[in-house]
Ligand binder design. Sequence first.
Ligand code: ADP
Length: 398
Amino acid sequence: MNILVLNCGSSSLKYQLIDMADESVKAKGLVDRIGLDDALLNHTPEGKEKVVLHAEIPNHTVAIKMVLGALSNQEYGVIKDLSEINAVGHRTVHGGSKFHSAVKIDEDVIHKIKELYILAPLHNPPSIAGIKACIEEMPNVPMVCVFDTAFHQTMPAKAYTYGVPFDMYEKYDVRRFGFHGTSHRYVSERAVALMGRPAEDLKIITCHLGNGSSIAAVNGGKCIDTSMGFTPLEGVLMGTRTGSIDAAIVPFLMEQENWTVQDVNNFLNKKCGFLGISGVSSDLRYVEDAAANGNEQAQLSIDVFYYGILKFIGAYTAAMNGVDAIAFTAGIGENSIDARAEILSQLGYLGVELDKEANQCRGEERCITTANSKVKAFIIPTNEELVIARDTAMVVQG
Ligand code: ADP
């Protein structure tokens, strides 16, 4: 069974074609700058050279056509024709309170996702554009939505309820949803496997640290809390997002700077975080370099980031009445030796004992604590595409 996994952004589309027989990636790629000048498709067939195709790509339908053309191309394709694609899995950011797991796409599902546009105005419309384009091109192929919010739907009300009047929750669904759920799920399941004990017995904290970062508490295989909230703005410091701040700062700045709602939204999501504090970059690598060269603001942004993560780990340990394993994933979690070392070396009180040598590695699944460490820590490269493909296979096979 071949499954096409699609992740549509407003101007980009990432894809992987996965052969479920051995879960191998037959081809992967990215359509970038959809609707803009210089649109292009980067296509990498398994075991072959990358192909770069430039074309006019005004919308997602043309992008999907190009992807399908590349996948079935005689020279650099990996399938003979489109009949070899058995199902499509669509990454969908926001499932609101409506979706607790992956679902087969039909008119009703599309309608419900559209109803969630108000909660995810930047993310859900491109998903629907991708879904519609795929249906146009492959009307008879079953399709499945896998939601970024679904894994967090097991949170209890005390974790997802904000201190606002209850009718705001009832009227507008103002509550914590959490994001990166597919990644937290994959990483927590891998951590369970590496611990070699049943999921029911384990308390795991997963740290997805990338451009956007979130932390989740997974008790007995179920997410019980996560740091992102109603939107992906809440939680720890991120590349360009504030993370949690006093909400009163928002009206204060709007008044001082004479900002509109759009201005302040843009500010909180695009101008803050590492970029805002350091003034250097949203990319931790540049911030780390600047800090190493004596830039104090760059160092401060790193300190704020680590401190925030430490506080979440402490809070989630309290929430679960203990912790057995801490897992690091995504760009920073998988690659920053310093970030892992600085965070774990502050957790001696929990019984974490870092194995400094094992930690000298990037992007490789492994344990990075000593044999005696009471709480284990792991690097676990995330694989959201594989989870989407597995969910898609499961849903279409009933
Ligand atoms: P996204 O949320 O966009 O998927 P990624 O998971 O790719 O982001 O993470 C991007 C972040 O990972 C950037 O801040 C980048 O600096 C960081 N990163 C990547 N490689 C390294 C590295 N070797 N050392 C430190 N940070 C790294």
